[in-house]
Design a protein around this ligand. Structure first.
Ligand code: GDP
Ligand code: MG
Length: 163
């Protein structure tokens, strides 16, 4: 069976943009409005002659803050059960939020390899800001820009090492 990589993180960090970038499709809906991705979206990625599946999590509809957080928790827990590698996406423009901390707390307890992706590093100078994410206790934050594709090749090399 093909290996599965799950993309997790709070809304609006760029999970769907990254999914589309890695699968070379526009299957996942990208929106500036938080909570737009309704379903778990599966796709394929090929890199260095190896193929694996990717899932874009985030199937929640915003009703209240409580439900919102509970849904994110659920998605992250499902990812830790089904995935062979987890891409935890955070927003380099915003820094660490409470929701990031909550997701990190779950991910620090899983045996599944987690790669911390500091997204929206569109510019080289953005890497200085990304050091803040060491504070999540999940190791090195990898700077990427899902929008431009910058850093995503190195990210895929790293994913292959973990699978
Ligand atoms: P999701 O809710 O985590 O799936 O996030 P989306 O992929 O829907 O993206 C949320 C917003 O962030 C959209 O307005 C995207 O265009 C924007 N975005 C995503 N990736 C990047 C990036 O690498 N750089 C910048 N500047 N914006 C991005
Ligand atoms: Mg999305």
């Amino acid at each position: 069976m093909s290996k599965l990589v799950a993309i997790v993180g709070r809304p609006n960090v760029g999970k769907s943009t990254l999914f589309n970038r890695l699968t070379g499709t526009r299957a996942a809906i990208v929106s500036e409005h938080a909570g737009t991705t309704r379903d778990r979206q599966y796709g394929k990625c090929e890199w260095c002659n190896r193929e694996f599946s990717i899932v874009d999590t985030g199937g929640w509809v915003v009703n209240s803050d409580d439900i919102f957080e509970e849904e994110i928790r659920k998605q992250v827990l499902v990812a830790t059960e089904e995935a062979d590698c987890i891409l935890f996406v955070v927003d380099n423009d915003n820094g660490i939020t409470d929701l990031d901390q909550q997701v990190a707390t779950i991910l620090r307890q899983t045996k599944v390899p987690v790669i911390l992706c500091a997204n929206k590093c569109d510019d080289n100078k953005d890497i200085y800001q990304s050091a803040e994410f060491y504070g999540l206790g999940l190791g090195t934050p990898y700077c990427i820009s899902a929008a431009t594709g910058s850093g995503t090749g190195d990210l895929l090399d790293l994913v292959l090492e973990k699978l």
